[in-house]
Design a protein around this ligand. Structure first.
Ligand code: ADP
Ligand code: MN
Ligand code: MN
Ligand code: MN
Length: 346
């Protein structure tokens, strides 16, 4: 038997932005534990804004497990927060009730800033560095400094070793700003991995005295880009059938549900979706082929393939909850009848 360090990780009850929390328990297993082998556990909800009434005990229910590459015999255990009965989802547990479909594929592009001493990594103590331009996908000390790339690479290796499905990384438009992309089949599968990758990034940076700023517009109304978490999505129908008529009906549904989407696309998004810096205004839906100034960007390949493939919703922001984002995308898609459904109804 081996003693495993199980890091139970969950989302707290803070609003408008939930935080990651984690604590360790040691358990013996013959080999790396499966999800089914991991027991329920508890925590004090009064310290995480999750206590309900007089009872402060909340229950942690493991829902995904990954090897923890930073620890000997470590496991990262993603959990849902449950009521003391262990079966009723806590009101802060969004994951329990989202729409899911393993044939719906999601690719999230998580942008973020490294922060040190209250400012983006590489910014001078007062004022600003040279304006944006050379930083995006840049190389060289004057563009990316001497430590950021090391953090990004270490984070990438940790994630890959944990089995998280990274698809890429790049330096972003603002100095100190970076991005990673994660692809997953199903909303829970993709979103669990985003949360776990965020956790690993935050934890890694502790030892460097560096924080991650996930706010979508940390530098306010300046000429510095904000951070998004573009949501690329495709359903089986979009990939295999699609068509112009279906696509246009889908876009009409996205337009109609504008406010439902914005409600879960992350806090303060009006400060980021201004119409500047490759964004569309938050309160007006638009779409366009290869248009980075639209709410939804339609890749060239999508049109070339007869309106089949994936679409990119550019509005979700860096602080958004991927569970709720993916679920809202699926909800709007579910309102649009496919060709077969229309035929059956006729
Ligand atoms: P850009 O920065 O040009 O918007 P990225 O390469 O950063 O593009 O991100 C593209 C994303 O699209 C990746 O996360 C990838 O996983 C995702 N993606 C590619 N094909 C599909 C698909 N069929 N369904 C859903 N997402 C997809
Ligand atoms: Mn990208
Ligand atoms: Mn980007
Ligand atoms: Mn993008």
């Amino acid at each position: 038997m081996t003693k495993y360090k199980l890091e139970y990780i969950w989302l707290d009850g803070y609003t408008p932005t939930t935080n990651l929390r984690g604590k360790t328990q040691i358990k013996e297993f013959a080999e790396f534990p499966t999800l089914e082998q991991l027991p329920l556990w508890g925590f004090d909800g009064s310290s995480t804004q999750q206590a309900e009434g007089h009872s402060s005990d909340c229950v942690l229910k493991p829902v995904a497990v990954y090897p923890d590459p930073a620890r000997t015999n470590g496991a990262l255990v993603m959990c849902e927060v449950m009521m003391p009965d262990g079966v009723t989802p806590h009101s802060t547990n969004k994951r329990a009730t989202i729409l899911d479909d393993e044939d719906a594929w999601f690719g999230f592009e998580q942008e973020y800033f490294f922060y040190k001493d209250g400012r983006p990594l590489g910014f001078p103590e007062s004022g600003y560095p040279a304006p944006q331009g050379p930083y995006y996908t840049g190389v060289g000390y004057k563009n990316v400094g001497d430590i950021a790339r090391q953090l990004v690479e270490e984070h990438l290796d940790l994630c890959l070793e944990a089995g998280i499905n990274h698809e890429g990384i790049n330096a972003e438009v603002a100095k100190g700003q970076w991005e990673f992309q994660i692809f997953g089949k199903g909303s829970k599968k993709a979103a669990d991995q985003i949360w776990m990758a965020r956790y690993l990034l935050l934890r890694l940076c502790e030892k460097y005295g560096i924080d991650i700023e996930f706010h979508c517009k940390p530098l306010g109304d300046t000429d510095w880009n904000g951070s998004g978490m573009h949501c690329n999505f495709s359903t089986k129908y979009l990939r295999e059938v699609g068509g112009k008529e279906y696509f246009e009906a889908l876009m009409a549904a996205f337009d109609k549900n504008l406010m439902d989407h914005i409600a879960v696309y992350g806090p303060d998004n009006d400060k980021r979706l201004t119409g500047k810096h490759e964004t569309a205004p938050w309160n007006k839906f638009s779409y366009g082929v290869a248009d980075r100034g639209a709410s939804i960007r339609v890749p060239h390949s999508f049109v070339r393939n007869g309106y089949k493939g994936y679409l990119e919703d550019r509005r979700p922001n860096s602080q958004g909850d991927p569970y709720q984002i993916a679920s809202q995308v699926l909800k709007t898609i579910s309102e649009v009848p496919t060709g077969a459904e229309k035929k059956a109804a006729a």
